[in-house]
Design a protein around this ligand. Sequence first.
Ligand SMILES: Nc1ncnc2c1ncn2[C@@H]1O[C@H](COP(=O)(O)OP(=O)(O)O)[C@@H](O)[C@H]1O
Ligand SMILES: [Mg+2]
Length: 372
Amino acid sequence: MASILLRDVCKSYTSDVAVIRNLSFDIRDGEFMVFVGPSGCGKSTVLRMIAGLESITSGEILIGDRVVNDVHPKDRDIAMVFQSYALYPHMTVYDNIAFGLQIRKIPDHEIKRRVQEAAETLGLVSFLDRKPKALSGGQRQRVALGRAIVRNPAVFLFDEPLSNLDAELRVHMRAELSRLQRRLGTTTVYVTHDQVEAMTMGHRICVLRPCGNDPGVNNLTQVGTPMEIYDTPDNLFTARFMGTPRMNIVSAKITDDGSDVYFFGHRLHVPPVFREAAQRYKGRDVMLGIRPEHIGAADEVDWTSTSSITGKVEITEPLGHEVIVHFEVQGETLAGRLRSHASLPKMGDPITLLVKTESMHLFDPVTEQRLR
Ligand SMILES: Nc1ncnc2c1ncn2[C@@H]1O[C@H](COP(=O)(O)OP(=O)(O)O)[C@@H](O)[C@H]1O
Ligand SMILES: [Mg+2]
């Protein structure tokens, strides 16, 4: 097993455009780290640089104690699984899993033992003689996993391995992969654009964004456990990216005494965590974030610190266990959450909901950073 360390890694494919800028982070031995971010932000590039499939423009990558900048991919002791399973169509499942070991000249009996063990782990024992075309998508993806597992590498690298599966299978494989990683304890880097995968699978999450042209901006917006990222997003990018439905984010203003914040003409008490910061932002504009689950109906919640807000219903989305209600307040659309389906409000109906003020998030409108 091994830790992974990136130090000020930069990557430009063409001379002038940075795709990755000054990226630094560490992944602990045995950790499951998820990289999440929108399409095009450089996730695959980071993974391919760790794998050695892509050169780095500057900086350092360490696997364990070893700087691997100039180490050939096959000597890095990693196994990578891609979105496309890339199985050999003319080979059986057994041979697909065994192939990487055969070319490494591992003795036959050892190959047999490892393939058998992986097949048992992945529920593929009865499919070993089949060709890939006779398998379902989920089974094929498991063969691709098997090929990685038998290598017994120090590091697994996954690049959106579940994206081609249908929704049900994705949920199933998500749990299976997490379980497998916890059991093997192999250091894992998992790339996805899907924030639900990020929330559910990783020990920690790195939230990435495109680094753009500003030389002061790098790709990393926040690293933390899933709940740290969800509960205390460091900046507006993370706040918007993590969570479905998305956090409501609106312009607001701190009162002149720094005790309250104006929110659509209401005064909300600044919660204790932001009280000190609000003193520095007296009379100034801020961005206020509130998650839809913190806007609810008076008879359905038992929050202690609340303020009411009135708007006009735009649309309701009944999800079975809850209803998301989108409503308009002074030209802005907000989302709240109702528990009951009993009498759904209709489009155009006035609606008054409570805001759980202690769960608000405050950000600087210019730097977009969380108030500290
Ligand atoms: N081989 C390449 N040559 C030039 N540009 C590339 C190459 N590969 C990726 N890019 C660019 O780098 C950026 C990041 O790509 P990628 O790492 O694939 O993002 P992600 O995996 O997050 O979707 C994109 O703008 C993409 O167009
Ligand atoms: Mg990608």
